[in-house]
Ligand binder design. Sequence first.
Ligand SMILES: [Fe+2]
Length: 307
Amino acid sequence: MSVEAKITQPSAERVVVAGRVMPEFHHIGVEPLTGACGAEVTGVDLRKPLSDEVLREVMLAFEHFLVIMMRDQDLSIEQHKAFSRYFGELTELPQAPTYAGQSDMQEVRREAHEPVSVVPFTRFHTDSPFLPRPPLCMVMRAIDAPRYGGDTAFANMYLAYEELSDGMKETLGRLRVVYSGKDIWSKNAKLDKDKQLRLRESHSFSEDHLESVHPAVRSHPRTGRKALYVTPAYFKHFEGWSPEDSRSLLDYLAHMPHKLQYQCRIRWKPNTVIVWDNRFLQHCGIHDYENERRHLVRTTIIGERPI
Ligand SMILES: [Fe+2]
């Protein structure tokens, strides 16, 4: 594997990308994917422990760009977990199918013969918002990817929030959302067999870990920067609002991540590794391919209680 660093030279001008002045990097290469979010990071070998300088810049790139991508990272399960632990504590998930008998790894798998319906959420969403401490980030590696298609799209929800009018910001600033994952298994069981999602069959989460109330606008715990935290996945209603009253505002807000100016897309290849911030991005797998296998494996890092 080539680990030659393509170091981004600091520019005399202040480059603004992802809504903020781009930091300077001296130990890794960082190439933004779009003006909204995402960067390719080069000059790192994730099979080995990272030096302090490289780790500091990887974390800086992650915080700035919200999703970072590294190509050609042929990781063992243990190497995948070791890299993931730089971001925090790994967690199990109650609903996501596990990978290779590892309770703290998950997989997103669609076999060549399978319909799109086996994978959950082909619309923009944040993962597992029903948990009291939803995931901070995921570290995901492609084992198999379609030759063409099957990208994952991301949308920067800081930018989505920042472009709202002051009146809407004020309204949303007072709102909280009830998210629940309690009924996904019973709903899934009612579907025809060929329409059912692949879900984890058993877990040890208690019922009160499957439903939470979170702010509609959440803040980064250190910087205080605010982002929209409303998604239709697992959404029940805004606190104090009926499901009917909630629906039209939800529909409006669910449209926000579809704006191209907030997005980037990751094109998967085998051994592409990405880390994405599940708090301040929404994401969506794009199932625009047929008759090919797509197999992505990941760890999930537990986040803070949204504030
Ligand atoms: Fe997801």
